[in-house]
Structure formats: structure tokens, C-alpha cells
Design a protein around this ligand. Structure first.
Ligand SMILES: Nc1ncnc2c1ncn2[C@@H]1O[C@H](COP(=O)(O)OP(=O)(O)OP(=O)(O)O)[C@@H](O)[C@H]1O
Length: 250
């Protein structure tokens, strides 16, 4: 299987404090790997290193894809520009013609179910979910073959979160891109990803990976729930996530 991204012995530290060490991870070109781990284990840092937003202090990042996009927890839209202008912004920077930009806008807006009326609104006039749809459309419009998702739906309510997950699952199927999906939510990880990689705290590296059976669009909710429960209760790879969660909630 073709590899989209390879991380080899990746290491990073902030102000001399090691956050990531011994990170070895391969993401196949058309697979989504969910990255889970306790708060502060370095998930965002790993994504920033992989996406070339940060330079690692050790190890290697091999990108075998053509073009990546990122979707963050906050939509990061320009407040003075309409939804449509925000979505086509990456194309304007790259000098794509207006005609081509309009055609692509139409196609991605349909993918994330944004109506023409919504596209004329400013971010301040849109709901949180609509704003996140714009962020997804802005990522998809560059036709990426790899996407970094950094907890994109954490701030959304349960129903909306589910709709957004379905959007990503559908987009993955129709465009077949690979990516890393950072999340705290094991059920979300199991729903969206082909594989789940678990990050240790304090530079312990990736402690394990688990394949999620079946294809993302075909999975049954009851089975996903059972699987995520099994992971958290019985699988030692996930144990430290549980411990930290218990400490935080206790
Ligand atoms: N720019 C920075 N300068 C100094 N320390 C940082 C910086 N960015 C992150 N850190 C620290 O590095 C560690 C890892 O942070 P990171 O955001 O990568 O973890 P995370 O697993 O994504 O956390 P969360 O799940 O809470 O979002 C944390 O202890 C954080 O405080």
C-alpha cells in the first residue's frame, strides 16, 4: 500500500522539555489514522511537525503526498470576508482563475451542504457548525490528497459532531485522501478512521496501533460503541488515556 506520510524517530521539545520522542508512524496514502492520547501528550505538536508548521529537533518526516490541508478546532475564518471568499482564499493565493475558483466553490459547498445564501454571509452571521463547514470546504477546495485534522469537532454539540463526521467520511470516500485525525473521543476515532494510533505521555512514543474493522461508511454505531468500550476497558494500549481521564474528572 502506498504511503502518504512517514514519521521516523521524530522528536520535539519546547524550551528544553521533551514532548515527543521515538515517534514512528506510517500513514497509508488513502487511510485516515486517528491519533489519540492524553491531554498534553503532544498530538497537536505531532500534527504541526508532520504538516511542516514546526521543525522537529530530531528524526525525519517524509511526505509522499502532493498537497495537504489542515482543519483545526477553531475554523479560523477571516471575519471581514464572506463564507465564499474564505473558502476560495487558498485558491486566490495560488493564483487560480476566478472561473476555476467558482466551479470548485460550487463543488465543495455541495459536499459540505452549504447553500448559496450561506456563502454570502460573514462568519459572524453563521452558526458554529456552519463556520466549521466553511473550514472543511476551504480545506477540500485545494483538492488535497492528505488532510490534517486537529480536533476539528471537539467544540461542537453531539448531533452536529455526528453530521460533520459523516461529511468527512463521505469526503474521504469520494476523494480518497489520507490523513491524521486528532481526537480525544475514541468513538469518533473508531467511526472515522481506518486505524487508531495511541500516543504516550512524556515522549514515550506511539504505544500501539489498532485497526478498526470494516470501512468507515459501513460501520454500525452499536458495534463502534462496543469496540470503543472494549478498548478503554480491556486493551492496555488505551489504559493510560483512561487513567488520565479519571484523574482529570476525579
Ligand atoms: N509553543 C509551545 N511552547 C511551550 N510549550 C508548548 C507549546 N505548545 C505546546 N506546548 C506544551 O507541549 C505539550 C504538548 O502539547 P500539545 O498541544 O501538542 O498536546 P496535545 O496532546 O495536543 O494536547 P491536548 O489534547 O490538550 O490538545 C503540552 O505540555 C503543552 O503545554
Amino acid at each position: 500500500m502506498k504511503t502518504g506520510l512517514t514519521l521516523k524517530g521524530l522528536r520535539h521539545a519546547y524550551l528544553g522539555r521533551t514532548v515527543l520522542d521515538h515517534i514512528d508512524l506510517e500513514v497509508p496514502a488513502s487511510e485516515i489514522v486517528a491519533l489519540v492520547g492524553p491531554s498534553g501528550s503532544g498530538k497537536s505538536t505531532l500534527v504541526h511537525l508532520a504538516a511542516d508548521l514546526l521543525t522537529p529537533i530530531g528524526g525525519r518526516v517524509e511526505r509522499n503526498y502532493k498537497r495537504h490541508a489542515m482543519i483545526f478546532q477553531e475554523p479560523r475564518l477571516l471575519p471581514w470576508a464572506t463564507a465564499a471568499e474564505n473558502i476560495v482564499y487558498p485558491l486566490r493565493i495560488s493564483g487560480t482563475s476566478r472561473r476555476e475558483a467558482r466551479a470548485r466553490l460550487k463543488s465543495v459547498a455541495a459536499k459540505v451542504a452549504l447553500l448559496p445564501d450561506d456563502l454570502e454571509k460573514y462568519p459572524g452571521e453563521l452558526s458554529g457548525g456552519m463556520r466549521q463547514r466553511c473550514a472543511i470546504a476551504r480545506a477540500l477546495i485545494v483538492a488535497p490528497d492528505f488532510i490534517y485534522f486537529d480536533e476539528p469537532f471537539t467544540a461542537l454539540d453531539v448531533a452536529l459532531k455526528r453530521r460533520m463526521q459523516d461529511l468527512v467520511i463521505a469526503a474521504t470516500q469520494s476523494s480518497s485522501f489520507g490523513g491524521i485525525f486528532v481526537t480525544h473521543d475514541l468513538m469518533e476515532a473508531a467511526r472515522i478512521a481506518h486505524r487508531v494510533a495511541v500516543l504516550d505521555v512524556g515522549g514515550g512514543g506511539i504505544v500501539g496501533e489498532r485497526l478498526v474493522p470494516g470501512t468507515p461508511s459501513m460501520r454500525d454505531d452499536a458495534e463502534l460503541f462496543a469496540l470503543s468500550q472494549r478498548w478503554i476497558r480491556e486493551d492496555t494500549v488505551f489504559r493510560h488515556i483512561h487513567d488520565v481521564d479519571e484523574r482529570m474528572s476525579g
